[in-house]
Design a protein around this ligand. Structure first.
Ligand code: SAH
Length: 366
């Protein structure tokens, strides 16, 4: 059987593995041996406690591949680790591990490339190649944990790709990482970031998973937002904030907003005033107050986009304006700035170098 026709072992839930075991004439309890080892990053070949016969059956029926470390960069400033992982078909994605006092957080990619077309983002140049499978999504967490030899306790889906554009695999992944016998990462320790696919937000709220939703807003009005984020032409700011409100009402989970500050595009005090006005108007009423938190991120300059980041004064003035209107704002500390930890750029560098036939270069870009 060709590898492509076989089911991917890392994508399967314990209940699905149990069903397979029964069909294969094996005992159900075998899953309690198989699943934890799989999620520690072992291949079926390495699981000698399963016995030769079961190992062979697994190899005959399933396809197994863990993302391979192609490049690993460690920040000398804060210990942030950035991985370029290769997948079974040779495509590459990036994952970043950030070290906090409360534990390790991994930022994972959800697609190979992205088709959302945000003008400031490196991941979208070249479009979407394909979705990642649930096994490739969890594989990034497992491979990073295995390489570091330390537990990863938090996940953010803020890497390459739009998670809600890969809805089914992402949902399967969320359920997989939450399994007790596997990584056992609680939903409250997982954040999912979206550029604003309202249909996906509406589906997600019905799942009622207590994950944290993060919205990449980046502009307070349709004109400004549509100019930098094409998705806004499908769902405008009003529709997006209505979906946020419904999400909060339904799940009780707070939503955080990301706002990337780009010099001269969306970073004026009047943009901040508008932002405060629209957030307060849409998300706060007399009866119900949704906690609103805005993360301000000076845009990470990508050579292809030509956008410049805002001055420190502009960032501070923006934050002060929001705060004065009752909106909590934090200026995001940039971790791993010496290794260019923000996503998309390592993959692009590797793709360019592959095209040139030279080995992938270090990613330093000043
Ligand atoms: N597609 C999802 C998640 C991936 S991007 C989303 O849009 O939310 C993760 C975050 O990085 C988003 O807020 C995105 O807008 C932001 N981002 C992308 N390119 C950036 C850049 N050059 N500088 C700063 N933030 C950027």
């Amino acid at each position: 059987m060709e590898a492509a026709e076989k089911k991917e072992l890392l994508s399967l839930m314990p209940s699905e593995l149990e069903a397979w075991m029964l069909e294969a004439g094996e005992a159900k309890y075998r899953v309690s041996q198989l699943f934890p080892q799989l999620h520690k990053g072992l291949s079926p070949e390495e699981m000698t406690n399963l016995g030769r016969r079961l190992q062979e059956k697994l190899q005959a029926s399933f396809f197994w591949h863990l993302p391979q470390v192609e490049q690993k960069l460690v920040s000398a400033l804060d210990g942030t680790v950035k991985y370029l992982f290769s997948l079974a078909d040779g495509n590459c994605v990036e994952s970043v591990v950030m070290r906090y006092e409360h534990g390790n957080t991994v930022c994972i990619s959800s697609q190979v490339g992205c088709r959302m077309g945000c003008k400031f983002c490196a991941s979208t140049i070249g479009g979407r190649v394909r979705n990642l499978t649930a096994g490739e999504l969890i594989g990034q967490v497992i491979a990073a944990q295995k390489d570091l030899g330390e537990r990863i306790s938090n996940i953010v889906m803020m890497g390459i790709g739009e998670p809600l554009d890969n809805y089914d695999n992402v949902l399967r992944f969320l359920r997989l990482v939450n399994c007790e016998n596997g990584l056992n990462i609680g939903y409250r320790h997982i954040s999912l970031s979206t550029c604003g696919l309202v249909d996906g937000i509406e589906r997600l709220m019905e799942e009622n998973l207590p994950i944290t939703l993060s919205i990449s807003l980046h502009a307070p009005d349709d004109e400004t937002r549509s100019a930098i984020m094409p998705i806004n032409r499908r769902w405008g700011v009003d529709a997006l904030l209505d979906a946020c409100r419904a999400y909060f009402t339904r799940t009780g989970r707070r939503i955080s907003f990301e706002y990337t500050l780009i010099a001269g595009k969306n970073d004026s005090v009047s943009n901040a005033q508008k932002l405060a006005r629209v957030l307060n108007a849409k998300l706060r009423s007399r009866t119900e107050t949704m906690p609103i938190h805005v993360n301000l991120i000076p845009v990470n300059e990508v050579s292809e986009t030509g956008f410049r980041h805002s001055s420190r004064d502009a960032v501070n003035a923006f934050a002060r304006t929001l705060e004065s209107k009752g909106i909590r704002a934090t200026v995001r500390r940039r971790l791993g700035s010496d290794i260019n930890a923000s996503c998309g750029q390592l993959r692009r560098a590797a793709m360019k170098n592959a095209a040139n036939g030279t080995p992938a270069a270090d990613t330093e870009e000043v």
